[in-house]
Design a protein around this ligand. Structure first.
Ligand code: PLP
Length: 382
């Protein structure tokens, strides 16, 4: 197939998704506009109820975005300056940012190279007298090793806030993410598996006291219209995003199944291709494939991405610089080489397009372009 004949394949195709649901989305938006229920109100309450059911938890509290969802959960749990909260070096900066804004120190640890997720052994080694909690990240749509993390938390009296920004509906041993920790946070950034048409997020919990505290923190510490019992924060889900999310949540199980089918097809097509390895969930773990990530030799990673670009295929890196090497976290005094697995994988990973509307023909083009790259680069096949 010539390069020119191919329509570009994006990493995520939100336009294709909108085309499939616009008949449902537009009336939902109009209903919010007609009722002026922009902040709080029935659309937010309805989505919170539906999301709690989806996540198999008792409570869901909408937030302005996934970063503030982590922040308000931590604040509600009492995290403060002088505390340490353990999280992982390979995540989006938001996870550590939210910890840092509470005044606590984000205590970064390395990944397990097998699945690129937070390594429970590294977590156990990082616990000290200042540690108050763990924020594991369910990266790429895969669940972190929650039973082991839960046991470490239990042993040391720590809380767990699960960062499920990339993992709506993932599970471990039949148990959904979001049911292991004290609270779980979601991002509904537009490109997420469940994405709003703007910024949005949520926290889920099974603890009624924590729910009340999160609502208090998220809404200016307010108990009456102008009565404020704590210094809170303004981080609310708005009615328009809630109404859109209610429409999209109904489609999420089918979209997730489509992602999983596409991932299984990639697995089969790439299997046995020398020089490339897919990051696959460990046995018992069910990924919702927010991202489909492969590893190649570090020297070939950028050339592969350039090659795919030439063939009209977008790709990504999640993430190119581990947090301990980011300038923003220089104050944590980490050194290069400190988290060797996160550093090595950051040089090898490529995210290939995965979204429910990706066609078999598009996927075949992606896979044959990868195969052509590997054929043309014998060094990659080592
Ligand atoms: C792992 C992770 N945590 C937190 C966030 C923050 O979510 P938001 O962009 O909605 O603030 C994201 C979103 O990119 C994420 O991928």
């Amino acid at each position: 197939m010539s390069v020119a004949s191919v329509t570009r394949i994006p990493l995520v195709d939100l336009g294709a998704q909108y085309a499939s649901i616009c008949d449902e989305v537009l009336p939902a938006i109009e209903a919010v506009l007609r009722s002026s229920a922009f902040i709080h109100g029935p659309f937010v309450a309805a989505f919170e109820r539906e999301m709690a059911v989806f996540a198999d938890t008792q409570h869901c509290i909408g937030s302005a975005n996934g970063t503030e969802a982590i922040f308000v959960a931590l604040k509600a749990l009492g995290v403060k300056a002088g505390d340490e909260v353990i999280t992982v070096a390979n995540t989006f900066t938001a996870t550590a940012e939210a910890i840092a804004w509470t005044g606590a120190v984000p205590r970064l640890v390395d990944i397990d190279p097998a699945d690129h997720l937070i390594d429970p052994a590294a977590v156990a080694a990082a616990v000290n007298s200042r540690t108050v909690g763990i924020v594991p990240v369910h990266l790429f749509g895969q669940p972190a090793r929650m039973p082991e993390l839960h046991e470490i938390a239990r042993r040391h009296g720590l809380f767990i806030v699960e960062d499920a920004a990339q993992a709506h509906g993932a599970s471990e041993g039949g148990r959904p993410v979001g049911t292991f920790g004290q609270a779980t946070t979601y991002s509904f950034y537009p490109g997420k598996n469940l994405g709003a048409y703007g910024d949005a997020g949520a926290v889920t919990t099974n603890d009624a006291d924590l729910e009340r505290q999160i609502r208090l923190v998220s809404d200016h510490g307010r108990v009456g219209r102008y009565e404020h019992t704590v210094v809170g924060y303004g981080s609310r889900l708005d009615g328009l995003q809630a109404a859109i999310l209610s429409v999209k949540l109904k489609h999420l199980p089918a979209w997730t199944a489509a992602r999983q089918r596409i991932a299984a097809r990639y697995d089969a097509l790439l299997a046995g291709m020398p020089g490339i390895r897919a990051v696959t969930p460990r046995p018992g773990a069910v990924s919702v494939y927010h991202l489909y990530v492969v590893e190649v030799a570090a020297a070939c990673r950028d050339p592969l991405r350039e090659w795919l670009d030439q063939y009209g295929i977008d790709s990504g890196i999640h993430y190119p610089i581990p947090l301990h090497l980011q300038a923003a976290y220089a104050y944590l005094d980490h050194a290069e080489g400190e988290f060797p697995h996160a550093e090595a994988k950051a040089r090898q990973i490529v995210s290939l397009p995965v979204y429910p509307e990706l066609t078999d023909a598009q996927q075949d083009h992606i896979v044959s372009s990868v195969a052509a790259f590997l054929d043309a680069h014998p060094a990659a096949r080592q």
